[in-house]
Design a protein around this ligand. Structure first.
Ligand SMILES: NC(=O)c1ccc[n+]([C@@H]2O[C@H](COP(=O)([O-])OP(=O)(O)OC[C@H]3O[C@@H](n4cnc5c(N)ncnc54)[C@H](OP(=O)(O)O)[C@@H]3O)[C@@H](O)[C@H]2O)c1
Length: 209
């Protein structure tokens, strides 16, 4: 395991390489009413390929939105309920504990990193939401890399009734702290082909030195 490092204002100890991955629409909406508000299978496939063979840290609400543990990954679920258990999930009662659980003995459990292409150089520990967990991870400064899909939709502009009353937003990216990686990101202004509900694109951000 890499020696723990420390960043930002928090005293959170964490493995050296942590990524945060999310998908949001043009209005920075992540989801609502405990679920995603679009179906873009190609982006789901991209998420799977990016995180495969690693650990995924999520809040209990996001866990509840899944059909079970994400296969091929260590699922770390943050909850304040001490007696919470679920098949295939590791319970964590804080972000710090989640990061430690995510890193400990991962290679022994899941083997060598199976990823290919640009994802092969990305972290094996991922924060995968939802809104409250992203916010805490950004504030604690635990991540080295952000992988952000933009979905070519504006869910707030959907006809009344189609919009969930409680919308969850993505954290903002502070340009003083984060630099867009031109090589790993899609060309500015371009969109990947429509998949399901919409086109989409990927931008990768690295923490400034
Ligand atoms: N678009 C995307 O990329 C994406 C990705 C993931 C999720 N989402 C969406 O995001 C929404 C969920 O986000 P959310 O903010 O409502 O919920 P969330 O962050 O997924 O989960 C919140 C829960 O996590 C637990 N938790 C949070 N911080 C904790 C801490 N410091 N220590 C211990 N436990 C902690 C608490 O669980 P307990 O209540 O059990 O204590 C809390 O209620 C859904 O709509 C989901 O579909 C979108």
């Amino acid at each position: 395991m890499s020696p723990p490092s420390k960043r930002g204002s928090s005293s959170c100890q964490h493995p050296a390489q942590v990524g945060i991955i999310w998908a949001s629409d043009h209005g920075s909406i992540l989801g609502g009413n405990g679920n995603m508000l679009w179906r873009v299978p190609a982006d789901s496939k991209f998420f799977r390929a990016s995180t495969m063979g690693g650990s995924v840290i999520m809040g209990r609400t996001t866990w509840d939105s899944l059909k079970g543990a994400l296969v091929g990954r260590r699922n770390v679920v943050m909850t304040r309920s001490e007696d919470w258990t679920a098949p295939g999930a590791h319970r964590a009662s804080s972000l710090e504990q989640a990061l430690a659980l995510a890193a400990d003995g991962l290679e022994e459990e899941l083997g060598a990193d199976p990823r290919t292409g640009r994802a092969a150089s990305w972290p094996r520990t991922w924060v995968m939401g939802g809104g409250s967990v992203y916010r805490q991870a950004m504030e604690a400064g635990v991540a080295d890399l952000l992988v952000v899909s933009t979905i070519d939709l504006n869910v707030a502009a959907r006809p009344e009734g189609a919009v969930a009353p409680v919308l969850v937003r993505a954290p903002s990216i502070d340009l003083a702290q984060w630099e867009r990686d031109e090589e790993d990101s899609d060309v500015l202004g371009t969109w990947r082909p429509r998949s399901g509900d919409a086109g989409w694109r990927v931008d990768v951000w690295r923490r400034r030195a």
